[in-house]
Design a protein around this ligand. Sequence first.
Ligand SMILES: Cc1cc2nc3c(=O)[nH]c(=O)nc-3n(C[C@H](O)[C@H](O)[C@H](O)COP(=O)(O)O)c2cc1C
Length: 177
Amino acid sequence: MSDFLELAARRQSCRNFLDKPVEHEKLVRCIEAARLSPSACNSQPWKVIAVEDPDKVRQVAEATMQLGINKYFEKARAFFVVLEEPGELMAKIAVLVDSQVFAKGDLGGFVLSLCLEAESLGIGTCIIGLYDRPKLRELLGIPAWQSIFTVIAVGYPSSDTVRGKSRKPLEEIARFV
Ligand SMILES: Cc1cc2nc3c(=O)[nH]c(=O)nc-3n(C[C@H](O)[C@H](O)[C@H](O)COP(=O)(O)O)c2cc1C
């Protein structure tokens, strides 16, 4: 088994964190890994806000819990808020030609690279899809024209147990011709 496959198997959504700060340099390293992700026409349609100030972290955690669905992130020690940038001209042309939207896929790669780099450093992450968007905009000064792609909770995991993965079998999702 390759090291990368082991890393991919070990990464899991972390919803319980130790009371231990995440080093600034490690947050930078996660962003550095994500920055190297591929994108359509190299348009790099991403920006990221790393929230590490404890007071702001607490407020972002509250914004993730306000809808009553996510109750897990009060112990997160940092957050990444990933923003979608308007695409480059070439990527926009490709959208017209192919009627495909590439930016979301590019951003998905960015987010996963970030999470996998965190995992390689022993740091847990959880991608959060539901949160109070207006609150987050207000807290972090995100203008209305800039779309929030996702929020990622970050912290050292409170347990190092790797849960079993629940995934469709390979034969169901892949076809070799
Ligand atoms: C776009 C996206 C949104 C998600 N939103 C949430 C969320 O709001 N709350 C949560 O606890 N987990 C959330 N997750 C985590 C998924 O539930 C998790 O990735 C999935 O169940 C697979 O488990 P694993 O990450 O542990 O392998 C989200 C994941 C993705 C990719």
